[in-house]
Structure formats: structure tokens, C-alpha cells
Write a protein that binds this ligand. Structure first.
Ligand code: GDP
Length: 198
């Protein structure tokens, strides 16, 4: 997919106030520092469309970007950041769960995980929650450039196997990416394009 336009539309914490347009929507979410902003900027070929995190956990809003005039990329707040207060965590949970429960335009959530890390309870619990609420999701492994090529696939397979060892009967689709060397860019964008064309 060629990106001819990518523009910020709005930020808010109220799902009822999200853009009132019937365009397909793809949400990006993951633990703070997973590389979400870098990935969004890499996909959109923009230096700082999404702000890379000088202050992890601070961008606690639902951010809508309109892409090519016909779909929304939604940048959701990072979760699991230890220094966010309990009150902020509760507020965060409330509107993020509302977003996933109520947003009819949502086509797919991309859950980002750092390919170097073993499955973390906070990610596994989040995926389980998505499953229970029947939210389709795809895993995006980030920072693949940090591993030797020979171990990248193995690491992803081990991660996915952990899901099968748990509550999952099948694994979700997944992509391996690096914002540094642009690995996976065409795969992720092609995936979105295919769904949009169906
Ligand atoms: P966010 O908090 O999830 O939005 O994460 P950021 O995009 O701000 O990235 C967190 C840190 O990881 C920054 O220091 C980035 O430079 C670094 N980073 C992000 N993506 C990659 C990647 O693909 N490869 C490498 N080597 N570093 C990355």
C-alpha cells in the first residue's frame, strides 16, 4: 500500500467522541516502550506522526489518524508502565475497554510485543481479554533487528507456542517488524489493504 496521506484527526478519552465516520479502523496497542510510535511512523513514512516516547505512559489518549482518506489508524496508549498511578491505570482501563467493546468500526487490533522478550503476563492477559470480547487481533513482533536473523522466527514460534499451551486453540496472525530497517512494513500494510478491499 502506498501511503499518500496520513493526517492526525483527533485525540480523546471518550469513545463516543471518536470520529463519526464509517471507515475501517485498525488499532495499535502494546506495553510502553514496545516501539509502537516508531512502528506507526515507519508504516506511515513520517518522522513524528506518532510521538516517540520520551515520557512513557503519558500519551493516555485514543489518537485517530486518517490514512489515504479511507481508513483510520488508531494509536492507543501503552499499558503496563509501572510509574503510572493506580487512578490513571483505572481511567485508562475504563476507556480502552470501552473502545474495544463499543467501537463498531474496529476491524483489527495490532498487539505489539518486543520480539526479544518472553511472553509477559500483562500481554497474555490482554490478549485473553480481547479473545473473550471477540476482538480480532494480530500480533506484531517489534525490534527484530535486535536479534540475529537465525533466531527471529524461532523466538516468534516459541511465543506463539506459549499461547497454544495456554487458553488458545489456534494462534493469531503475526508479523515480524523492525522500525529501524523497515522489516515487515509491506506485510502489515498489505494485510490492511487486503481486508479493506474485501
Ligand atoms: P512506544 O513507547 O511503544 O511508543 O515506543 P517508541 O517507539 O518510543 O520506542 C521505544 C524505544 O525503542 C526507543 O528508544 C526507540 O528508538 C526504540 N525502538 C523502537 N522501535 C525499534 C526498532 O524497531 N529497533 C530498534 N533497535 N529500536 C527500536
Amino acid at each position: 500500500m502506498k501511503i499518500s496521506s496520513a493526517e492526525f484527526v483527533m485525540s480523546n478519552s471518550n469513545v463516543a467522541k471518536c470520529p463519526n465516520e464509517p471507515l475501517p479502523e485498525y488499532a495499535f496497542i502494546g506495553r510502553s516502550n514496545v516501539g509502537k510510535s516508531s512502528l506507526i511512523n515507519m508504516l506511515m513514512e513520517r518522522k513524528s506522526l506518532a510521538k516517540t516516547s520520551g515520557r512513557p505512559g503519558k500519551t493516555q489518549l485514543i489518537n485517530h489518524f486518517k490514512v489515504n482518506g479511507n481508513w483510520f489508524l488508531v494509536d492507543l496508549p501503552g499499558y503496563g508502565y509501572a510509574r503510572v498511578s493506580k487512578k490513571d491505570k483505572k481511567t485508562f482501563q475504563k476507556y480502552i475497554t470501552e473502545y474495544f467493546e463499543k467501537r463498531k468500526q474496529l476491524v483489527c487490533a495490532f498487539v505489539l510485543v518486543d520480539i526479544r522478550h518472553d511472553p509477559q503476563p500483562v500481554d497474555l492477559e490482554f490478549m485473553e481479554w480481547l479473545g473473550i470480547h471477540q476482538v480480532p487481533f494480530t500480533i506484531i513482533f517489534t525490534k527484530a533487528d535486535k536479534l540475529k536473523p537465525a533466531v527471529i522466527e524461532k523466538k516468534a514460534d516459541t511465543y506463539l507456542q506459549k499461547l497454544l499451551d495456554g487458553a488458545w486453540e489456534e494462534t493469531p496472525p503475526h508479523f515480524i517488524t523492525s522500525s529501524t530497517d523497515r522489516t515487515g512494513r509491506e506485510d502489515v500494510l498489505g494485510y490492511i489493504q487486503n481486508i479493506n478491499q474485501d
